[in-house]
Ligand binder design. Sequence first.
Ligand SMILES: [Zn+2]
Ligand SMILES: [Zn+2]
Length: 240
Amino acid sequence: MKEKLYAIPVNDAFSKDCECPVCAMYKELENNAVEYTMGPSYMEDDIRAVTDRLGFCDKHVKMVYDQNNRLGMALVMSTHLRKTIGDVKAATKHRTMPKISLFSKNKTTGNPVTEYIHNLDNSCFVCSRINGIFDRYIATIFHLWKTDEAFREKYKSSKGFCQRHYAVLTDYAPKELKDSALNEFLSITDKLYIENMERVLGDIDWFINKFDFRYDNEPWKNSKDSLQRAILKTNSVDIE
Ligand SMILES: [Zn+2]
Ligand SMILES: [Zn+2]
């Protein structure tokens, strides 16, 4: 059962002292996927066929580059560029002049070249590797919530979630829980999110106070890293 396999990383993330344990889970998957991309796997034909087809999103192309495997990345880019050029050449042969209506929402209709590029822009080898496992991690959170009292306590004493993962959890909940069990989970999760957002807001407000000379002799309290923690809450971005 996959949920058992993923119980350890999910429990580990919820044991971390952080503003969003789901971000912690995501970050670990992301680092693993980036390392995998520049590990021995890129020499395997079937993996390379996928990187050739999907390419990388803006964020992950930079992370893959920062792995400092210049030859490996050059090989990956070489076959990816070759495939893109071949696909675009083929698509240009099928291009009919698109009918662009002022009232049409999709202005690329009938243009296989821009449709191809639009799809390529929205696909990423690293994202797709993360997403497959990330969904199982979210399912595991609910499996543990239902079966493991110690995990449930850990969840309740977490520091809440970033806004994106708060939405992920509340959207997923009705698939796993019904009636009063669903209401209980949602009200606990709502409370965790709101109270911890308010806590971070309090830290930010204190941080602002510290720029006022009247607060010179006051302690910083828990505000020194409040901006980084606020950015994690709003954007799921970990600024170290
Ligand atoms: Zn998060
Ligand atoms: Zn990506």
